[in-house]
Design a binder for this molecule. Structure first.
Ligand code: AMP
Length: 489
């Protein structure tokens, strides 16, 4: 979910996980099950969370800043969300300030009844559509591109809600997964390339839609299948129906779901994210002739790749860094002073393991090099002999516009420096990235098919499946006055 930006200087350019969606049909305690599902999906966004339920007559909505477990943890709040249908959302904002009105799901009354919408991803033409609607007299209440979708649905002249949704989908472009709810209909949508993920589960007679399968495990639901690229699924009278209104495209899921976003235990295309990450580590080891005393992961992002690397090379694996699990990301945000402590808040060197050792330090990805440079220094300061950094994905050279929010090349280290220069920058003894071929081998392909790439991988290749229509920049967006309101709602 993209938030339109007024002040770029307040924008934190680090990659972000962007949002989780969840929805469940026809079950008692729908909102409690939704809260549990969102809890399992917490890694996709920690800034805010919300649930909308439908009780057969009325919709109910509760939205909060912060974590699901801190907000939807007692009967009081869940009692405010009665009904057998519910959808929910975890948000990761991409601006410095945030507002409760930007927390999803969004809800709107249309002339065919109410609709709740939860959205993961980014539209590449949201600003263009929004500006046009503003010119025509529309009023926007939030700064989120999700409101553009809601408005397009509401504006459609088609009588049936599902047709209104199709009307809206034909106008939007980008990478998106949507979970929506109308009176007794749960709807799930995945963009034409399947860039953002959405899966279907079953719990007794209910259907569940979620960003990842780990949300099914927590509530005891069975994983049925992925929503296909360009597919609209909806549950009416306990029956799952499917429509594919778009011209058929080849599926190209976002490679970053495999590398970083998804929880290791979630299933992506038949395997857990953990298995892929171990294979990325093993491929990295195959491309590398270095030997060392120890392989150390950057916890937790590098754990699986480091294990795969160590197993392949038959080098000892050990925990040279200890993570404080009680540091929420939001805790790191507030002031520059706290932020500059950065990695130290989260990680500490495990001296007994690293002292006088030649270490291969493995992480899943390198964006601005902040994490790696701080960790390399920390390990040297605590007596490590040599640090060799290995990254289990290729150099990120191109910004993302579909939900992994790195809007400018300037912020990406590998877009501006050679591998050797990055090595100097992070002060490592040596540095290697997994090759693109190695990444594709780790995914189970022989190589990248350049004519029909199997993944959305523009981060490394510059090959964007969906055109960017919006011109990004503060002067390109109309109606920005509420962006300066910071954290008020
Ligand atoms: P950096 O410190 O800027 O080089 O970022 C690299 C670190 O960020 C690695 O430890 C990654 O695991 C982590 N990372 C990768 N992708 C993301 C993302 N989308 N959001 C937050 N962190 C990420």
């Amino acid at each position: 979910m993209k938030t339109l930006k007024k002040k770029f200087k307040t924008y934190n350019p680090k990659l972000k996980e962007e949002c989780a969606v969840f929805g469940i049909s026809n079950t008692p305690e729908a909102s409690t099950l939704t809260a549990l599902g969102l809890h399992a999906l917490q890694h996709r966004g920690q800034e805010g969370c919300g649930i909308v339920s439908f009780d057969g007559e009325k919709y109910h909505s509760e939205k909060r800043f912060g974590l699901v477990g801190d907000n939807f943890n007692d009967e009081k709040v869940l009692k405010n969300l009665p009904g057998n249908y519910a959808i929910g959302h975890n948000r990761y904002s991409t601006t410095g300030g945030t507002a409760l009105r930007n927390v999803q799901p969004f809800f709107a009354d249309t002339n065919s009844g109410g609709i709740g919408v939860a959205h993961n991803g980014n539209l590449t033409n949201a600003i263009t559509l929004r500006n046009k609607m503003v010119e025509e007299g529309s009023i926007f209440y939030t700064t989120s591109d999700t409101e553009t979708i809601v408005k397009l649905i509401a504006k459609s002249k088609r009588p049936k809600t599902i047709d209104k949704v199709i009307d809206a989908l034909f106008q939007i472009q980008g990478g998106y997964a949507l979970v929506m709810m109308t009176q007794n209909t749960l709807i799930g949508v995945r963009d034409p390339y399947g860039i953002r993920p959405l899966v279907i589960g079953k719990l007794k007679n209910s259907y569940v839609f979620a960003s990842e399968t780990c949300a099914f495990d927590i509530i005891g639901a069975k994983f049925v299948r992925d929503v296909e690229n360009g597919e609209i699924v909806y549950v009416e009278n306990d029956e799952l129906k499917s429509i594919k209104p778009f011209p058929q495209k080849k599926v190209r899921p976002c490679v970053f779901e495999y590398i970083y976003f998804s929880r290791p235990d979630s299933i992506l295309n038949g395997k857990t994210a953990y298995e892929y990450r171990k294979r990325f580590g093993a491929e990295l080891a195959k491309e590398d002739n270095l030997n060392a005393d120890l392989v150390v992961p950057v916890p937790d992002s590098g754990n699986a790749a480091a294990l795969g690397y160590a197993e392949e090379k038959k080098i000892n694996f050990d925990l040279g860094l200890i993570r404080n699990h009680y540091v929420g990301r939001t805790f790191i945000e507030p002031s520059q002073q706290i932020r500059s402590l950065g990695v130290k808040l989260k990680l500490n060197a495990n001296v007994s393991v690293i002292k006088n050792k030649k270490i291969i330090l493995v992480d899943d990805s390198l964006v601005r090099g902040t994490t790696s440079s701080k960790i390399v220094k920390m390990l040297y300061d605590n007596g490590a002999k040599e640090i060799h950094v290995r990254i289990a994905s290729p150099e990120i050279k191109y910004p993302d516009f579909y939900g992994v929010d790195t809007p400018t090349k300037k912020e990406l280290l590998a877009a501006n420096k050679s591998v050797d220069e990055i090595k100097e920058f992070i002060k490592a003894k040596s540095l290697k990235f997994l090759t693109l071929d190695g990444l594709y081998r780790g995914m189970g392909f022989d190589k990248r098919n350049d004519a029909y790439p199997q993944l959305t991988d523009h981060h490394f290749t510059g090959d964007y499946p969906v055109k960017i229509i919006d011109e990004l920049g503060e002067d390109k967006v109309t109606q920005l006055s509420l962006l300066s309101t910071g954290s008020s709602n």
